[in-house]
Design a protein around this ligand. Structure first.
Ligand code: UDP
Length: 244
């Protein structure tokens, strides 16, 4: 067993939270109990001395692809999706600040009354001061996803790893909620994920992480305490790395 009081393994990390992570048991929007619990998990990591940046998704409110399927122009629909991530970002900021965690929201799309514009050096400075920086607005460009935004911001912030909090505790050979003998992978390479189309993150995000040697850790954000455990290298997760 690793010593829980030992120095954290990471100096700076990026947490990717999908919009769905905020829904709890609901089918849409934000569940305040879920939001509060996620905020408390983040607080624990910050308290342990790890610098935390967060990229938040918007799928609990609006997805561009869904809008385009219903006949909207894809780019317009994607901008709506980016706005949804700002709503989630503000909700997460509120939940964190209620628990005494200092935060800043930076948006890839300027909205100066409610969020700072994205400025890389300023974001780094916030992290150095122990503030949680929530990146909203994705990459600021249509046709991208917040997974790609997560890989991009993690590379820009020189994060040690990208943690993706999902509904399950790693990457499986099949959907573990549907297939009883689905196997969880302990470790995969970026190419395994791309070649087998494992769908854990989109290909642009995986490629960007690969080019920048950014390890990705997939874990279950809904299991209480799991985030702190995976940060310590314990518990259940899948690591995606370059083969040694
Ligand atoms: N989006 C975009 N560009 C980006 C990031 C997001 O256009 O760089 C839009 C896209 O329409 C997407 C929506 O925002 O469907 C919500 O983001 P995402 O689906 O990645 O959220 P998540 O699945 O993580 O909740």
């Amino acid at each position: 067993m690793a010593d829980t009081n030992s120095k954290p393994r990471y100096r700076r990390i990026l947490l990717k939270l999908s919009g769905e992570a905020l829904m709890g048991e609901g089918k849409y929007g934000i569940n305040s109990a879920t939001l509060t619990r996620i905020a408390s998990e983040v607080k624990e990591i910050v308290a342990s001395g790890v610098q935390v940046a967060i990229v938040i998704g918007g799928g609990n409110i609006f997805r561009g692809v869904a809008g385009a399927t219903e006949g909207m122009d894809r780019a317009s629909a994607d901008y709506m999706g980016m706005l949804a991530t700002v709503i989630n970002g503000l909700a997460l900021q509120d939940a964190l600040e209620k628990q005494g965690v200092f935060t800043r929201v930076q948006s890839a799309i300027k909205m100066e009354q409610i969020a700072e514009p994205y400025i890389r050096r300023r974001a780094v400075r916030h992290l150095e001061k122990g503030r949680v920086v929530i990146f909203a607005g994705g990459t600021g460009n249509p046709y991208f996803t917040t997974d790609t935004a997560a890989a991009l911001r993690a590379a820009e912030m020189h994060c040690d790893a990208l943690f993706k909090g999902t509904q399950v505790d790693g990457v499986y050979s099949a959907d573990p909620r549907k297939v009883a003998d689905a196997r969880r992978y302990e470790q995969l390479t970026y190419l395994d994920v791309l070649a087998n189309d494992l769908g854990v993150m989109d290909a642009a995000a995986i490629s960007l992480a690969r080019e920048n040697g950014l390890p990705i850790v997939i874990f279950n954000i809904h299991a209480p305490g799991a985030f702190a455990a995976v940060i310590r290298g314990e518990g259940r997760f899948t690591r995606i790395i370059e083969p040694q």
